[in-house]
Write a protein that binds this ligand. Structure first.
Ligand code: LLP
Length: 426
């Protein structure tokens, strides 16, 4: 979707800038794509809700029959409030984490959620809390990689899961504590390239076929998330037909190895939501620096969104497509740096390279008052926004295919920011 200038102005007049604009049709299309991939019997999709926990999105998932992977007590509670079913038969909401923080253990126990443990000591913690039910074990299979090294979720440097050679010890501990291992799980952060994704998922499925015979209570295995979204070449997304074939054959192979039906799960996050949301920001000024002995001068478009809104470029050097709204077809492009309002030099949306340096983008020169659209911001966008510099989080707006608009979260105010401050004697 390329949001049009009139619509953006209409919304900005009502809610100010910056704001997040979700396109319901795009989310529904991605849900349909995942349902196609997981359409054969015995294959089930979850939504890794960390990518975008908005209630509106969670309800779309519930309506589509997509289950949930939650990573904190409050994420699980958000999913339940949005209409996802509690309980572990079936385990619609699965709790995946390496640490039970805050209310997590209580939420798991009170709602009978399936705990997917990522650290051996979690068996003991569950046992100490009196739990004797089913568990899932998250394995670090030793391979796989993310879109950047810090997003690696498989390998010796990854903190996630239980190292594969220690799996049987974890199972023995679960047996002793009277818990049944009903699911094995691994999220290998499959990297951005299709062939690599395919190879890594196949390798993981083969590893499961060798492991299932040791787990008599097993009813499911999960291949995790990590289905890529192509942020740079937006027109060439991964082919979904081969993934449907892959998931169908993995399900058959693993079930054949176990000699009973073993549900195959996947739990993408970004794939459902990345393209569905655009961060709209307004240009406040254009300024320049000049070339000197320290480096090249640049043209800065100063906008009102910053890494408090979308942190991915500042945190990972991630690429997001950028449009100057209404000038998409303009000639005469220049290298422009898009920079935000925060008191941090790294508050720049056009970054990349090995040292995460400035990478000016070839754009029509914007003018103050123009809107800038930062695309593909639906995954880990609003979800990772913060209150740094005491800037309230930006509002989220939902656009239906019939053109109707809904404000799904308002701009945070100072009172919101101060809500948890207190003065209690301890
Ligand atoms: N399942 C588990 C257990 C995970 O750890 C993750 C992501 C997912 C599923 C979903 O992965 P996805 O399909 O969304 O790639 N903030 C980073 C991404 C961190 C992902 C961590 N775990 C970003 O903005 O790219």
């Amino acid at each position: 979707m390329t949001p049009d200038a009139t619509l953006i102005r209409r919304i900005a007049d009502k809610v100010g800038t910056p704001f997040w604009l979700y396109d319901a049709g795009t989310i529904r299309q991605r849900i349909a794509d995942v349902k196609f991939m997981t359409g054969s019997p015995g294959v089930q999709a979850r939504f890794a809700m960390k990518a975008c926990p908005a209630t509106k999105v969670l309800r779309e998932m519930a309506a589509g029959g997509i289950w949930i992977d939650a990573v904190s007590g409050n994420e699980a509670l958000r999913a339940l409030r949005a209409g996802h079913a509690p309980g572990n038969t079936p385990p619609v909401v699965c709790f995946t984490a390496d640490v039970f923080r805050d209310n997590a253990l209580d939420v798991v126990l009170q709602n009978n959620l399936l705990p997917n443990i990522g650290s051996p000591g979690m068996v003991r913690q569950l046992a100490d809390a009196g739990y004797r039910g089913p568990i899932s074990i998250r394995i670090n299979p030793g391979f796989g990689h993310g879109h950047v090294n810090t997003c690696d979720t498989g390998g010796p440097s990854s903190k996630h899961g239980i190292w594969h050679s220690q799996l049987m010890e974890a199972k023995a501990a679960a047996d002793r504590a009277g818990m049944q291992v009903v699911m094995l799980h691994a999220h290998i952060g499959s990297g951005p390239k299709f062939q690599e994704l395919h190879d890594n998922l196949t390798r993981l499925a083969i590893a499961y076929t060798e492991t299932v015979r040791h787990f008599p209570d097993l009813t499911a295995v999960s291949l995790g998330g990590g289905i890529p979204h192509s942020y740079r070449e937006r027109e060439t997304q991964i082919p979904i037909e081969p993934l449907r074939e892959l998931f169908t054959s993995c399900h058959q192979r693993i079930s054949a190895a176990a000699k009973r039906d073993i549900r195959l799960e996947i739990e993408p996050g970004r794939y459902y939501v990345a393209p569905s949301c655009t961060l709209i920001t307004r240009v406040h000024d254009i300024k320049t620096t000049e070339t000197n002995e320290k480096g090249a001068g640049a043209i800065f478009a100063m906008v009102d969104a910053g890494f408090v809104d979308l942190i991915r470029p500042a945190m990972y050097g991630s690429y997001h497509h950028i449009d100057v709204v209404g000038k998409e077809d303009a000639h005469g492009r220049e290298p422009i740096v898009i920079a935000g309002p925060l008191c941090e030099s790294g508050d720049v949306f056009t970054r990349g390279g090995a040292d995460e340096e400035l990478v000016p983008r070839s754009l029509p020169r914007p003018e103050p008052g123009d809107f800038i659209a930062i695309r593909d911001a639906g995954a880990y966008g609003a979800a990772m926004s913060s209150n740094y510099n005491s800037i309230g989080r930006a509002p989220q707006v939902w656009l239906e295919p019939d053109g109707s608009l809904e404000l799904i979260s308002r701009r945070e105010t100072l009172d919101d920011l101060l809500k948890a401050e207190t003065s209690e004697r301890l």
